[in-house]
Design a protein around this ligand. Structure first.
Ligand SMILES: [Mn+2]
Length: 311
């Protein structure tokens, strides 16, 4: 039985948002996941699924850059909508499965889960650490910055409009763990070391194997085995051989089975309280098969995290 959702009810939250980065198409991810049968696959696992349609993210009339940040008000306002949806789902004792959309939407998903479970740990599965601050980012694309808002590293500078003030440093550094990292900026490497953030790169996956890495990450994130876990899964964690249709692919990632195993192992703890699947971009596939593979891997991750087993 699921420790946190004994009724096995799930709220599917579709966040078709692409404002955290510059490439069109990632907002089409949710529609493709639904068309390939995501809801049916989840219900076959015994989860009663609630879905009220795609979230709507109004584009602000005025949204000038703040420092290097691109589309700051659009990203912030949209994340408030995601936050409300996730927080409401958890309060209704339903598992929030949020499908993106780019990874900036995890500002809202993590803040939403933390509003109900303030001790929840976050497993951030990604090729990138997404912990750049509005000052350290090169691109100004906020999908590379969500973690910095959540842990309180990102602060409005004197004289700047504080559009993300509502996020409120909701996540402590010791409740964050990374797996599958392999493309880090200088600032991100520095901050991970300085703050002693739990971080397993692909080097660790090679060295110890995925099973040991997941075990070590969970033991450090949740030493007593009773902490709610939020899994935020960026499909670019997976090798582009398996998940090519994504905005910032990086070679040398998780295999299909390593990614699936990771989700299965987290499901086995019984402590998973929320999941995000982000950065599926159907416009970026070179072939139709590339797109289908990427969407299929997203569906597989959801199934594994929700209790599907091979035997
Ligand atoms: Mn990411």
């Amino acid at each position: 039985m699921h420790k946190f959702y004994p009724k096995k009810e799930l709220t599917l939250i579709s966040a078709p948002f692409s404002g955290g980065q510059g490439r069109d198409g990632v907002d089409e991810g949710p529609r493709h996941l639904l068309e390939m049968g995501l809801v049916n696959e989840i219900e076959e696992l015994g989860w009663k699924t609630h879905f009220d349609g795609h979230l709507d993210f109004p584009i602000p009339a005025e949204d000038a850059d703040i420092g290097k940040m691109k589309r700051p008000r659009y990203v912030s306002n949209s994340n408030k909508i995601v936050y409300e949806a996730v927080s409401k789902a958890v309060k209704n004792d339903t598992f929030p499965l949020t499908i993106g959309g780019d990874h900036s939407i995890a500002i809202g998903t993590v803040a939403g889960v933390q509003s109900v479970y303030p001790n929840a740990g976050v497993l951030w599965i990604d090729a990138h650490a997404d912990i750049n601050t509005p000052e350290s980012t090169d691109s100004g694309n906020l999908h590379g910055c969500p973690v910095s808002f959540l842990v309180g590293l990102a602060k409005a500078q004197p004289g700047q409009e504080d559009v993300f003030g509502w996020v409120n440093d909701c996540l402590s550094f010791d409740r964050l763990a990374y797996i599958a990292l392999r493309d880090l900026d200088v600032f991100e490497k520095k901050i991970i070391k300085e703050k002693n953030i739990i971080a397993y790169t692909m080097h660790h996956v090679d060295k110890y194997g995925i099973a040991k890495v997941v075990e070590m990450a969970l033991n450090r994130l949740d030493p007593d085995g009773d902490r709610p876990i939020h899994l935020s899964f960026d499909v670019d964690a997976i090798d582009p051989i398996y998940a090519p249709s994504t905005g910032t692919p990086v070679r040398g990632g998780l295999t299909w089975r390593e990614a699936s195993y990771l989700c299965e192992a987290v499901a086995e703890t019984g402590n998973l309280v929320a999941m995000d699947i982000v950065e599926c971009n159907p416009h970026l596939g070179e072939t139709e098969i590339a797109v289908k593979d990427t969407i299929a891997v997203g569906i597989t991750l959801a199934k594994c995290a929700l209790g599907d087993v091979l035997l």
